[in-house]
Design a protein around this ligand. Structure first.
Ligand SMILES: [Zn+2]
Ligand SMILES: [Zn+2]
Length: 253
C-alpha cells in the first residue's frame, strides 16, 4: 500500500508569526518531497469565520495542487505554556481555552496533539489524564528540539501509551527538515475526504512518525541517539554565532 509523507505542524500566513501563504508553502513542501501538510495556525489569530475560511482554503489549494492539506488550529492554554494543535474539520474552540475542556470538546472530531514539550518547560504541566484524548506527543519538534528528539517526550509516549509524533513547526525554511508523519494513502478523491481520512488515521493511531525516513523511536538510544545529540550540541553552539555573523554581514555597507 502506498504511503503518504506529510509535513506536520505548518503555520501559514493565517498565523501572526508566519508570512507564508498556503499556495507557496505547498509548492515548497511538495518540491521537498512531501505529499501533504498538516496546517495548524494559532488560535490567537482565529475566529469562527477565519477558521471556516482556512478550511475552505486548505481544500481549494489541496484540490488544485493535488497536495493533501489537513486544516488545524494550534490552541494555547490561558497561561500560554501548553500548546495543543487540533487537526480536523471540527468547530473553533475559542482563543486560549482551558485545556481539559478543549480536549473533551475536540475528542469527538479532532486529532489533538501535545506540542513541543521543551518550549517554556511545557512538559512540567503535562497531565497524564489527557492521555486518552491525545493522538500524540511531539517528541521531535524542529523549532524547539533542533536536530535531536526530546528525551522526556520519548519516555512519556511509552509511559502513557501515546504515539510519538514529529513536527516541523514551520514558520519559514529554517524549519525545513526530514521529519514527517507517514500514513496509508486514502486514495484519490477530494481534499476534504482525504484530509478527513488522515484525521481518522491519527485518531486510530495509525500514523508513523519518521526522521530521515526511519522510525523516530530509533533515535532514543544507540548510535542514532548519540549522533543526533552531538549534532544538536554543535547546532546550539553554532546557531547563535551564525546568526551574529549573518547580522554583521547585513550591516556591512
Ligand atoms: Zn506552539
Ligand atoms: Zn506552532
Amino acid at each position: 500500500m502506498r504511503e503518504l509523507v506529510l509535513a506536520p505542524h505548518i503555520h501559514t500566513s493565517a498565523s501572526d508569526d508566519s508570512d507564508w501563504d498556503l499556495e507557496r508553502l505547498c509548492r515548497w513542501l511538495g518540491r521537498s518531497g512531501f505529499d501533504g501538510a498538516l496546517v495548524c495556525d494559532h488560535d490567537r489569530t482565529m475566529n469562527p469565520a477565519r477558521w471556516q475560511a482556512l478550511q475552505a482554503l486548505c481544500d481549494a489549494v489541496g484540490d488544485r495542487r493535488s497536495f493533501l492539506v489537513v486544516p488545524g488550529v494550534e490552541y494555547q492554554a490561558p497561561d500560554h505554556v501548553v500548546h495543543i494543535p487540533v487537526y480536523g474539520y471540527g468547530r473553533f474552540h475559542g482563543r486560549s481555552p482551558d485545556i481539559d475542556e478543549l480536549l473533551l470538546a475536540a475528542a469527538g472530531t479532532g486529532a489533538a496533539v501535545f506540542a513541543h514539550p521543551a518550549r517554556r518547560d511545557a512538559w512540567r504541566q503535562f497531565n497524564p489524564a489527557w492521555a486518552p484524548q491525545l493522538v500524540g506527543i511531539e517528541v521531535w519538534n524542529r523549532k524547539y528540539d533542533g536536530v535531536s528528539p526530546n528525551s522526556w517526550a520519548l519516555g512519556a509516549t511509552r509511559e502513557h501509551e501515546i504515539p510519538p509524533l514529529a513536527a516541523l513547526d514551520w514558520h519559514g525554511p529554517r524549519q525545513l527538515f526530514p521529519l514527517a508523519l507517514r500514513v496509508a494513502d486514502p486514495g484519490p478523491g477530494r481534499n476534504r475526504a482525504r484530509a478527513g481520512a488522515v484525521v481518522a488515521a491519527l485518531r486510530a493511531r495509525e500514523v508513523r512518525a519518521t526522521a530521515f525516513g526511519g522510525r523516530i523511536e530509533s533515535y532514543e538510544t544507540g548510535a542514532l541517539a548519540t549522533i543526533s545529540q552531538r549534532l544538536e550540541r554543535i547546532r546550539r553552539w553554532g546557531a547563535p554565532r551564525l546568526r551574529q555573523l549573518e547580522d554583521a554581514l547585513r550591516r556591512l555597507p
